[in-house]
Design a binder for this molecule. Structure first.
Ligand SMILES: Nc1ncnc2c1ncn2[C@@H]1O[C@H](COP(=O)(O)OP(=O)(O)OP(=O)(O)O)[C@@H](O)[C@H]1O
Length: 341
C-alpha cells in the first residue's frame, strides 16, 4: 500500500549553508490509518520534520510525497492536512461550532454539510452539549478536544499533532492520550504525533520513530523497540539506565528492574553475570527503592541501578549484583556511525 506520507532523503538546514542541520537525510514511510509518533529529546528535529510535512518549511534537499505524489513544493493549504498544536489556536470570539466549521467553510462546502460535519466532529470529542459556548468557557483539555474536532472535521489525509498534550496537567494528559487514540481509531485517520514523552509514544504508537540530532536512530513497533533498543542513545532515552562493562559481552544494557541485589556472600546462579559491589545511594520510592551501586571498576559502566523490593540496604553495604543473561540487551553503534537502522 502506498504510504500516506513518504520522506525521501529529506534534510533541512536553517539559515543557509554552514548553519544548523535540523534534519539530516531522513527516510520515512507513514502507513495509512496508523498512529506514528516522532519521538526524541528537545532539538532532535521533530517539529522541523512535522512542519516540512505540513508544508510550512521546505526541505533543503530530498522529497516529500503525499499519497504517492511529489508534494515537496505544494503549499500547506493544498495539502489536505489537519493540525493540532500545543497552543489550541482557537478563535476566542467564535462558538465551538463556528471554530470547528471554520476550515469547512473555507473549503466552500454547502452550509448544511458544514453544520452536519461540525456537529459530528464535536460529538466525536464529546462536546456536543457545549456547541454554542466559546473557548474561554472551557478547560484546557476541552479546548484541545475542540482543536482536535476542527482538525478531524476536514477529513484530512493526515492528522499532524505537535505536542498537543504538553500544556495539560499530568492526569489530564493521560486521559487525553486515550481520547486521542480513540478518535484516531474511530476515524481511521493517519496520525503523526510529535512528542518528547516516551510513555506517550509507547502508549499511542503503531510506529515509533526515534530521532536524535536530526537523524533517525530507530523506527518500528514500540513492542519491538522497547525490549531491543538498537543503541545506547535509544536505550537511555527509553530508561535503560545501566550500561555494565562486561568484557565477555561487548556493549550491553539492562533495565534497573532486572538487576537483582543479593546479600554479600549469596550466589547469583549460573544464568546470571555476578559482580561484587558497594551500595552508594538508596532512594525510597514507596513500593520499592532505587539502589545505586559501584562495582569497583572505572568509567560509566561501573555504576549500576537496581529496582530493589525492600528498604534493607544502606550506603556502604556490600552486595552481589546479579545480571540475568537473558535480560542483557546487546547494543549497536549510534546513527552517526551509520549502522543503527
Ligand atoms: N527557526 C529556526 N532557526 C534556526 N534554527 C532552528 C529554527 N527552528 C529550529 N531550529 C534548530 O533546529 C534544530 C531542530 O529543532 P526542532 O524544533 O525541529 O526540534 P524539536 O525536536 O522539535 O525540539 P523541541 O522538542 O524543543 O521543540 C534545533 O537545533 C533548533 O535549535
Amino acid at each position: 500500500m502506498t504510504p500516506v506520507v513518504r520522506l525521501d532523503g529529506v534534510s533541512h538546514r536553517f539559515g543557509g549553508p554552514g548553519s544548523v542541520a535540523a534534519v539530516t537525510d531522513l527516510d520515512l514511510a507513514v502507513p495509512r490509518g496508523r498512529f506514528t509518533t516522532l519521538l526524541g529529546p528537545s532539538g532532535c528535529g521533530k517539529t522541523t520534520t512535522l512542519r516540512m510535512i505540513a508544508g510550512f518549511l521546505r526541505p533543503t534537499s530530498g522529497r516529500i510525497l503525499l499519497e504517492g505524489a511529489d508534494a515537496t513544493a505544494t503549499p500547506p493549504e493544498k495539502r489536505n492536512i489537519g493540525m493540532v498544536f500545543q497552543s489550541y489556536a482557537l478563535f476566542p470570539h467564535m462558538t465551538l461550532t463556528d471554530n470547528v466549521a471554520f476550515g469547512l467553510r473555507s473549503r466552500k462546502l454547502p452550509a448544511d454539510e458544514v453544520r452536519r460535519r461540525a456537529g459530528e466532529a464535536l460529538e466525536l470529542v464529546g462536546l456536543s452539549h457545549a456547541a454554542a459556548r466559546k473557548p474561554g468557557e472551557l478547560s484546557g483539555g476541552q479546548q484541545q478536544r475542540v482543536a482536535l474536532a476542527r482538525a478531524v472535521a476536514i477529513r484530512p489525509s493526515v492528522l499532524l499533532l505537535d505536542e498537543p498534550l504538553s500544556n495539560l496537567d499530568a492526569r489530564l494528559r493521560v486521559q487525553m492520550r486515550r481520547e486521542l487514540l480513540r478518535v484516531q481509531r474511530e476515524t481511521g485517520l493517519t496520525a503523526i504525533l510529535v512528542t518528547h514523552d516516551q510513555d506517550e509514544a509507547l502508549e499511542l504508537s503503531d510506529t515509533m520513530v526515534i530521532l536524535n540530532g536530526g537523524r533517525l536512530e530507530q523506527e518500528g513497533d514500540p513492542r519491538e523497540i522497547f525490549p531491543a533498543p538498537a543503541n545506547r542513545f535509544v536505550a537511555e532515552f527509553l530508561g535503560y539506565d545501566n550500561f555494565p562493562d562486561l568484557p565477555e559481552t561487548g556493549p550491553v544494557t539492562i533495565r534497573p528492574e532486572h538487576v537483582t541485589l543479593l546479600a554479600d556472600g549469596q550466589s547469583e546462579g549460573g544464568d546470571a553475570v555476578g559482580l561484587d559491589a558497594t551500595v552508594t545511594g538508596v532512594t525510597y520510592q514507596g513500593s520499592h527503592c532505587l539502589v545505586e551501586v559501584a562495582t569497583g571498576g572505572e568509567g560509566p559502566g561501573a555504576t549500576l541501578r537496581s529496582v530493589h523490593p525492600g528498604d534493607d540496604l544502606r550506603p556502604g553495604d556490600r552486595v552481589r549484583v546479579a545480571l540475568p543473561r537473558h535480560r542483557l540487551v546487546q547494543l549497536g553503534a549510534p546513527a552517526e556511525a551509520g549502522s543503527a537502522r
